[in-house]
Write a protein that binds this ligand. Structure first.
Ligand code: C5P
Length: 253
């Protein structure tokens, strides 16, 4: 039975390992250009629904061909059996981490973990880490109230995070500003933090941002960066600036 606990060989060992590049493009050719360019500069590539719908399996092979791991960010949310089936296929594609919505509930998370635990994986291949998304950063408290959630946003984030981790999720996707309330929920949980900006980067649609160094010092295991690298005049230089910021971070004990 595969071991579903802990980071194992996925534990980031160098500052570069902690940088995940969000491959938010629509076409395989753009993905290929960016993966070739950035594979030596980053730790992992994040693939979202846009690119996965356009060229899923091909892009996963491309990333693996460049000896890099895949974070498949599809934010699954469906009945337990459907999500468990999707996760089985995701694991077969040798994905390192994937996301589900915490709102899918503990039953959904337990079902997918049970599916993973029954799979026979190639010896030496670790099962993927299940990450839960709590509240989308696009939701304001007024949007949540319209959906029937009347508690303060931070309480909802904490409640959904706790439910997901108690059900066995390996970690959470969270804003760097939420880590102080989320980290105490589980000792071994991993945290993936988007919304990373350098002092000179455009903030775009991100509302509460942090530098990469601040996120790691707040307890992030990985940081996810998209536009500040992709839209930079020199994406390699932009990635190197972030890695050098990460090099100066003191990783909390
Ligand atoms: O803003 P940036 O391009 O660095 O975003 C990288 C990733 O962060 C995106 O792929 C998206 O999944 C996530 N994101 C987010 N909240 C937003 C915008 C993007 O979590 N408001």
């Amino acid at each position: 039975m595969p071991d579903l606990s802990g980071l194992g060989s996925r534990q980031p060992r160098t500052p570069k390992d902690r940088l995940i590049f969000a491959l938010d493009v629509d076409h395989y050719d753009d993905a290929e250009r960016l993966v070739k360019l950035l594979a030596p500069e980053v730790g992992m590539f994040k693939v979202g629904p846009r690119l996965f719908a356009a060229a899923g399996a091909q892009v996963l092979s491309l990333i693996h061909h460049h000896q890099k791991e895949v974070f498949l960010d599809l934010k699954l949310h469906d009945i337990p059996e459907s999500v468990a089936g999707a996760v089985r296929e995701i694991a077969r594609q040798r994905v390192a981490m994937f996301t589900v919505h915490g709102l899918g509930g503990p039953k959904m998370i337990r079902a997918l973990l049970s599916e993973l635990s029954q799979m026979t994986l190639i010896p030496g291949v670790q099962p993927p880490i299940c990450l839960a998304v709590t509240v989308l950063t696009s939701h304001a408290e007024s949007d949540l109230a319209a959906l029937g959630f009347h508690e303060p946003l931070v309480d909802l984030v904490k409640r959904l995070g706790k439910l997901a981790l108690d059900a066995g999720a390996g970690g959470l996707v969270a804003s760097g500003h939420e880590l102080s309330v989320l980290r105490p929920l589980a000792k071994d949980a991993v945290f993936v933090v988007p919304g990373i900006r350098g002092p000179n980067d455009a903030i775009g649609d991100q509302s509460r941002v942090m530098t990469a160094k601040e996120a790691i010092e707040s307890g992030a295991t990985w940081v996810v960066v998209g536009r500040p690298i992709r839209n930079a005049p020199d994406p390699v230089a932009a990635a190197r600036r972030i890695v050098s910021d990460l090099e100066s971070a003191k990783v909390p004990a």
